[in-house]
Design a protein around this ligand. Structure first.
Ligand code: F6R
Length: 224
C-alpha cells in the first residue's frame, strides 16, 4: 500500500518536478514517507523543485512540540529529503491572528497553482483533514473544533488526554476537492466501515469523505 502510493508520488514528480504535494500526518502515512525517503536515497526522485502543503496543524502547539504536525513532518520526511525548507508549508497553529493565518494559507496554495497530488487519510468518523462531520462542503482553510472521538484517538501522541488541543487549522473540504489528484490511504480493519461508507453511503456533510465520490481523480488504497 505504502509502496504503491510512494511510486505514484515519484511518478508525479518525474512527470512534473515542480509539483505541489498535499500531505497528511497520522499513523497511516508513516510507511508512505519511509518508502518515499527510500526512493529518494536510491536516487529515483528529487524534491528540489517540489512544494508541499500539509492538511492541518493543531492550534496552540509550538513547531518543536513533538506532538505538532510540523515536528512529525520534520522527523518522518522533510529532514530526510532535498525539499527546500521554504517550500514546506504547514499552517501555523501559534499565529497571533488565526483567521488571517487560514486566509494566508489558502492564498499561498492558490499562488502555487493549487495542489497537484493530495495524500489523505480518513478518520473512522469520515473526517478528512480535520474536517469533522457537519463541516460544510464549501469550506476553505479554517479553524476546526476537534470531535471528542478524534481527540481520544490522537491522545496517544500526547502526555495526557487533556493535552490534546481542542482546535486545529485545517484545509477545508473545498480546498481538498480542488486538488487535481487525490490518493486516500486507509490501513487496518478498523478503517473498513469508513471505507464502506465512503464507497456507498449517502453523500453528506455528516460523513465528510463521501464528497470524494464527486472528485474526478481519487484512488483509495487499502492495506490490512
Ligand atoms: C492528518 C489528518 C487526519 C488523519 C486521520 C487518520 O493530517 O488530516 O485526517 O489522516 O485522522 O489518522 P490515522 O492515520 O492516525 O489513522
Amino acid at each position: 500500500m505504502s509502496a504503491w502510493a510512494a511510486n505514484a508520488c515519484v511518478q508525479q514528480l518525474q512527470d512534473q518536478p515542480d509539483s505541489v504535494l498535499g500531505l497528511a500526518t497520522g499513523g497511516t502515512p508513516l510507511g508512505f514517507y519511509r518508502a518515499l525517503v527510500d526512493r529518494y536515497k536510491q536516487g529515483l526522485v528529487s524534491f528540489a523543485d517540489a512544494v508541499t502543503f500539509n492538511l492541518d496543524e493543531y492550534v496552540g502547539l509550538d513547531p518543536d512540540n513533538p506532538a505538532s504536525y510540523r515536528y512529525y513532518m520534520e522527523q518522518h520526511f522533510f529532514r530526510h529529503v532535498d525539499l527546500l525548507p521554504e517550500h514546506c508549508h504547514l499552517p501555523n497553529g501559534k499565529a497571533a491572528d488565526l483567521v488571517a493565518e487560514c486566509e494566508g494559507y489558502e492564498t499561498a496554495i492558490a499562488s502555487h497553482g493549487g495542489i497537484d497530488l493530495q495524500i489523505l487519510g480518513i478518520g473512522v468518523n469520515g473526517h478528512i483533514g480535520f474536517n469533522e462531520p457537519g463541516t460544510a462542503f464549501s469550506s476553505k482553510t479554517h479553524i476546526a473544533t476537534l470531535a471528542e472521538s478524534t481527540r481520544r484517538q490522537n491522545a496517544r501522541y500526547f502526555p495526557t488526554p487533556d493535552d490534546v488541543p481542542t482546535e486545529a487549522i485545517t484545509m477545508g473540504i473545498d480546498t481538498i476537492m480542488q486538488a487535481k489528484k487525490i490518493i486516500l490511504l486507509a490501513f487496518g480493519e478498523h478503517k473498513k466501515p469508513a471505507l464502506e461508507h465512503l464507497k456507498s453511503g449517502r453523500i453528506s456533510e455528516d460523513f465528510p469523505a463521501t464528497i470524494l465520490r464527486k472528485h474526478a481523480d481519487v484512488t483509495v488504497v487499502y492495506g490490512k
